[in-house]
Design a protein around this ligand. Structure first.
Ligand SMILES: [Zn+2]
Length: 347
């Protein structure tokens, strides 16, 4: 069962309109909204499954239009009446220039979940400052919602001795021990959230972490507890299965990172002056995000969203065709609609 590619998310015109007004007007036409409600009603009888609006890597510190992008997201999530919103890291650092971005994010009045990204402490900030700024108590933690157990990991947790080598990407023994105990205690299908993906090679002790996830089994049926992992970081539209566990990368809300060899002015000289790293990116015209429906009877369904590049595509700029993510079809201005199936704990 693959949900139809969504046509209800904001069109480019809506996004531009939202960019130029204090509050977006009608991002969701009534007819589209009614069709969406019918679709959800048809796909999901009672009890209505948990729906979470999810985004990754807006990078508000780098982009010139992060506030407009988050505004479109929050407006859509409010109109959709999702149960919660969640960001998968590289969100914003704790500095006054990001106050308005945070203020827009907080216009969503339900639970707002945060995952720590490697760029969220840039500029000399420490983890405690960022967590305080986001109003989050712990860098790794877990919670239950909608018949699922959710685990938030901090994958910026350098193994001993590697604290100062570039951006950290790891899970230290104390967090791994906590994870083992946390997974042992739940009887619910479990979803793991981290900034750096565990399904691709990003976390130094990835194999250790995957082993802990694979070992967590329901006592009576022997079925695995962890059914899916969601991450960001690579700015890609990706899904792989490892040890029978779905690993999804939610594409960046804002852009694909190309780097200095591919520098190109995408917007204007003015934007280049105020946001000089934008020329190293291939931006997405629309803000990308997804609504994920968690049904404990055995499916996790993501809405899709298609946009387009601002300026030439990465391949048109000479970005290597043999790059792993290009080969995987994951470098695209898109979040794919996906339905992930899993075995519920019993039955
Ligand atoms: Zn990152």
């Amino acid at each position: 069962m693959t949900p139809p590619r969504s046509t209800w998310l904001p069109s480019r015109r809506d996004f531009l309109a939202a960019s130029s007004t204090a509050l977006a007007g009608s991002l969701l036409p009534g007819r589209a909204l009614a069709a969406l409600r019918r679709r959800h009603a048809a796909a999901a009888p009672d009890p209505s499954p948990l729906r979470i609006g999810m985004l990754a890597d807006p990078h508000n510190d780098l982009v010139h239009d992060g506030e407009e992008r988050i505004r479109v997201f929050v407006e859509c999530m409010r109109r959709e009446h999702v149960d919660a919103i969640l960001q998968l890291g590289d969100f914003c650092t704790p500095k006054p220039a990001n106050d308005r971005f945070m203020e827009v994010w907080r216009r969503f009045r339900g639970p707002r979940h945060h995952v720590l990204g490697n760029h969220d402490m840039d500029g000399g900030h420490d983890v405690a400052e960022t967590l305080t700024y986001w109003q989050v108590e712990r860098r790794y933690r877990s919670f239950d919602a909608g018949g699922f157990h959710f685990v938030v990991l901090d994958t910026n947790d350098p193994p001993p001795g590697e604290e100062r080598r570039g951006y950290p990407a790891g899970v230290r023994p104390d967090q791994l021990a906590w994870l083992t105990v946390d997974l042992a205690a739940t009887a619910l299908p479990t979803v793991v959230l981290s900034h750096q993906p565990l399904g691709r090679r990003c976390v130094r002790n990835r194999d250790e972490v995957l082993a802990v996830l694979a070992a967590a089994k329901h006592a009576e049926t022997g079925r695995r507890k962890v059914v899916a992992c969601f991450a960001g970081h690579l700015h890609a539209d990706d899904h792989v299965v490892v040890d029978g566990i779905h690993h999804v990368i939610v594409n960046s809300m804002s852009y694909f990172w190309l780097g200095p060899p591919y520098a190109r002015i995408r917007y204007s000289e003015e934007v280049d002056r105020t946001h000089p790293t934008m020329k190293f990116t291939a931006p997405y015209l629309d803000p990308l995000f997804t609504v994920v429906t968690f049904d404990p009877r055995g499916t996790i369904a993501m809405t899709g969203l298609d946009s387009e590049w601002v300026g030439p595509s990465p391949l048109d700029c000479g970005f290597p065709k043999d790059a792993e993510l290009v080969q995987a079809g994951a470098v695209a201005p898109r979040i794919s609609a996906r339905t992930l199936s899993f075995e519920p704990p019993a039955g």
